[in-house]
Design a protein around this ligand. Structure first.
Ligand SMILES: [Ca+2]
Ligand SMILES: [Ca+2]
Length: 153
């Protein structure tokens, strides 16, 4: 299990060593960031009492991640499909500097707390200029959520 304090967020852009002239001298590509700083405290638990616990033995166990600017403010949101627990949608607070997020899956209507979700993608499916969210669910139909952010603003 990954502890919340081990959650990693990119805090600095670096060039991959193969692409840059300075190579490995540039230091690490990623730095760990504490959950209390980022606001991302998401953990997929191992719930041995869950009715679908058999999924831990297959590739269906873990969730997926989708990243995109859902509200059009120029900052990327993070969506985690979460297997045995409710999904998480972290809205980027857009403050610059250290990235900070606020969880809003239930408010956005994408928590899917009763489903075992195991994948996600963002794309502008209806060509209205905003990203929509596709969520894969185990043993039930997948769901496409059309983003209504633009129509409600
Ligand atoms: Ca955003
Ligand atoms: Ca759209």
């Amino acid at each position: 299990m990954i502890r919340a304090e081990e959650a990693v967020v990119v805090v600095e852009r670096r060039v991959f060593p193969e692409a840059g002239a300075s190579g490995a001298d540039a230091g690490p590509l990623f730095l760990p960031m504490a959950a209390d700083l980022s606001g991302i405290d998401f953990v997929i638990p191992i719930d041995l009492e869950h009715p679908d616990r058999r999924l831990y033995y297959s590739a269906m166990a873990c969730g997926g991640v989708a990243v995109g600017d859902l509200n059009g403010d120029g900052w990327p949101e993070l969506f985690f499909s979460a297997g045995p627990v409710a999904n998480r949608l972290y809205r980027h607070l857009g403050e610059g500097g250290t990235p900070r997020f606020a969880e809003m899956a239930a408010a956005a209507g994408v928590a899917e707390a009763e489903s075992w979700c195991n994948g996600a993608a963002m794309a502008d499916v209806d060509s209205d200029g905003d990203l929509d969210l596709f969520i894969c669910r185990y043993d039930e139909p997948n769901r496409l959520y059309l983003n209504e952010s633009k129509s409600s603003s």
